[in-house]
Design a binder for this molecule. Structure first.
Ligand SMILES: Nc1ncnc2c1ncn2[C@@H]1O[C@H](COP(=O)(O)OP(=O)(O)O)[C@@H](O)[C@H]1O
Ligand code: SF4
Ligand SMILES: [Mg+2]
Length: 404
């Protein structure tokens, strides 16, 4: 088990890295007023299992304006409200939850497309929480993003060659043999024909376009890729192909992934560790086997009940009782007191409204499997075959579909 996604682990990781990294952190603090962060120390946090990205108490509130004639801030959308995550070097980390729970906002904060309201984002030992564009320049190439929509994320007026070479041009990178040669190599890596260098995005299918997006993300040899629902917009049979490609890239090139999805089936195939979000909070996190085989939070339980489970201990496929979640997700402008899931939880009691449950390891959980619930579920689940809903994405992944 590669450690949990907690403040505690972040601290442990930082301690493990020793004084040199502390010194780097101090140096990073000292240069807040300068134009650039110091380049990460060569070899710092590069070993597999070492923390690459550490997020502590991350908050993003979007102001809500109202009133007449003078518009004022009357509230805030609490999109992300105090989350802790650690993504280790070369690891694939899954972030799941229903639409609107704050996954994309988290991804955009980490890639610094958004400014956090509070909290801390540390990348390779450097605090990048409020770093400016210029300060981020030395590490900009190391953190890349793959977007959900392969149609709107590629410029229709540029050739594939130009699109993939774009990040190299912006960052002034000249690979040996030239940019065109590198682009052709990248096309090959992502399973596209290098001869299609001069074609335009509209000449490709959705799956092929997402491959172009992957090639563009790989162009700068990143250490971390934030993939925000990279297959959600694709046909089911193509989803499996693109997930397989990402998995291959992650393993072969040793790139860490923050893989964001609302689909637990897709995340299961890709991630070594998984965090489940609900209404701006991480409510459960742990290694993949532990989360899928023994979920303790009622919400994780409900999400998982909608997908068939393959018993990871080798006992074949097992069945879960299907839980139908009642009601809608509450507004992130005025989330429920205490536990945010309490308005939909069948186990809620007075304590759940009065006290927010901390994200902690509860008895019976593996090291690093943390749950935020006052009355967690039993680790074993019931079985009712008639309740099973086969998830088409999962079926395609298990069978391996043909790309269209
Ligand atoms: N720029 C913004 N301004 C105001 N509210 C936003 C903005 N971006 C996202 N939100 C809100 O923040 C919440 C989380 O959104 P998002 O991170 O996109 O969720 P997810 O990716 O999990 O679907 C939603 O309620 C969304 O409406
Ligand atoms: S803390 Fe209470 S309301 Fe929240 S998930 Fe646990 S039992 Fe349900
Ligand atoms: Mg999203």
């Amino acid at each position: 088990m590669k450690g949990g996604a907690t403040k505690g682990d972040a601290a442990k990781g930082a301690a493990a890295k020793g004084d040199a990294v502390k010194a780097d952190a101090v140096k990073a603090d000292a240069v807040q007023g300068d134009l650039t962060l110091p380049a990460p120390r060569e070899g710092a946090a590069d070993d597999p299992g070492e923390p690459l990205l550490v997020v502590e108490g991350l908050v993003k509130h979007f102001p809500v304006k109202g009133g007449f004639p003078i518009r004022r801030t009357v509230g805030a959308v609490q999109a992300v409200d105090g989350i802790d995550l650690t993504v280790n070097v070369g690891e694939s980390f899954g972030l799941v939850g229903e639409s609107g729970c704050g996954k994309s906002t988290t991804g955009r904060l980490i890639t610094r497309l958004l400014e956090p309201t509070s909290g801390r984002i540390t990348y390779r030992g450097q605090d990048i929480s409020h770093a400016s564009r210029k300060q981020l320049a030395p590490i900009r190439s190391e953190i890349q993003m793959i977007f959900q929509d392969p149609y709107s994320s590629l410029n229709p007026r540029q050739t594939v060659g130009k699109i993939i070479a774009g990040p190299m041009e912006i960052n002034g990178i000249r690979p040996s043999g030239g940019r065109e040669k590198r682009v052709r190599e990248l096309l090959e890596i992502v399973g596209l024909n290098p001869e299609h260098y001069n074609r335009f995005p509209h000449e490709f299918s959705g799956g092929q376009r997402q491959r172009i997006g992957v090639a563009r993300a790989l162009a700068l040899e990143p250490k971390l890729i934030v993939a925000d629902e990279p297959v959600s917009a694709l046909d089911v049979s193509i989803q499996a192909q693109v997930v397989n490609l990402l998995q291959q890239v992650q393993k072969d090139l040793g790139i860490a992934f923050l893989f964001i999805a609302h689909d637990l089936a897709v995340v299961r195939h890709f991630s070594q560790r998984v965090a489940v979000m609900y209404l701006g909070k991480v409510i459960e996190v742990g290694d993949r086997d532990s989360i899928y085989a023994r979920p303790r939070h009622p919400y994780t339980h409900a999400l998982l009940s909608a997908v068939p489970e393959v018993d990871l201990d080798g006992g074949g496929e097992t069945r879960r009782e299907r839980i139908r979640l009642a009601g809608d997700v509450p507004s992130p402008i005025s989330p429920p007191s205490g536990c945010r899931f309490r308005t939909r939880c069948w186990k809620a009691q007075d304590k759940c409204a009065a006290e927010e449950p901390p994200l902690v390891r509860i008895s019976g959980n593996r090291d690093g499997h943390l749950t935020a619930c006052h009355f967690p579920e039993d680790p074993t689940t019931g079985a009712r075959e008639e309740d099973i809903v086969l998830d088409p994405a999962l079926v395609a992944l298990e069978e391996g579909g043909a790309e269209g």
